[in-house]
Design a protein around this ligand. Sequence first.
Ligand code: GUN
Ligand code: ZN
Length: 431
Amino acid sequence: MKTETYILLGQTLSYSADPFEVPFEDAVSVQRRGAVIVRDGKVISVGPADSVDTPEDATVIDYGDALIMAGFVDAHLHYPQTGIVASWGKRLIDWLNSYTFPEETRLNDPDYAAEIAKRYFDLALSNGTTTSLSYATIHPASVDAYFTEARSRGLRALTGKTCMDRNAPDTLRDTAQSAYDDSKALLEKWHGVDRLEYVITPRFSPTSTPEQLSALGALWAEHPDCLMQTHISEQHEEIAWVKDLFPDARDYLDTYETHGLLGSRAVFGHAIHLTEREEARLRDVGAGLVHCPTSNTFIGSGIFEMARMKAQGQRVGLATDTGGGSSFSMLRTMAAAYELSQLKGTPLHPAQLMWLATCGSAEVLHLGEKIGNLAAGMEADLLVLDLASTPAIEQRSKRAGDIWEAVFPTIMMGDDRATKAVWVGGQPAKI
Ligand code: GUN
Ligand code: ZN
């Protein structure tokens, strides 16, 4: 079978280094008129359009002034909460009990789970997100629904059954043994199928007994190539609760570590109120931390110390945390991250924001060799961003003196209207 070659023309954005570690000018390559060659699901080359070798039978697609970049990577979210996004007025524990748990109970119905998975991926793709690491619910069918939908769209996607055996309604509780058995069966069914990855998923220490944490630690030890995701130190009340539930633990992180749930393939959501010991341990292990800024303001959790964490050498990604987060858009998420960084007196540069939403998140998922950057050899999951998608943005970007002045108004004011095109696995996706 002949494979099609595509040449995409437009501005291009690629990273060669982490813009928190070197000056952003040295970390980024921008072509004002670039060409991206795509074949067999991969990016073959990225370079100036005027020096590209055009294969005779290639399909050329000219995106004009739009920005061709890697698709967004959302490193922490809850697809089952799609239907309750933006629910008013509660802090974390009340928010879980009032809105989240009743909705997650509904995903016991496989048809409803399938409907929500479809709705979630429609929204994610229309916002330019091409890889998502989601929590499912405790129901194995919710994992099946997510992976089935992602697979049908050719997406690289990750999820796991959320495990809870205490402090949750009866309808949402498993046991230490069933969490192990169900997670193992799902892992064996899905992990490595096409572009899918199973992720071991204890929700957080308050909803797992030590026995359940140990069982999942044992499962992870048997499958060390899997990621493990959970939450840590999101709100002060939650941290105090963990202290009550685990009186012998040195701190919140210790509740995971003593049960075999700490390693470089661990992905910790939020990580706002860490102790010095926890920070040092997380950095030494090389675990991933995920900043969820719209969630942290929406649920009133606090401000993640991005500048300090990155200066420490932590591995950090960015995420919507839908539906604790109030948006499906990684643009909106970058805007919130910028605003929080301003409150800390350390404003993030647009090159750093874009890096967090692509390369940074991919590195937290240990997928930085495959996705999250526009470079030869990477999987062709691409976003084409319209930098003049609304009148307000257009009039601002018209004045831009450089690419970052042109991009920043879209970061701050953009939404799904800025998504001009999305490519998944080397093919144009329906958005
Ligand atoms: N902590 C435990 N579960 C959740 C959740 O669903 N959302 C958020 N934001 N925090 C959590
Ligand atoms: Zn979460």
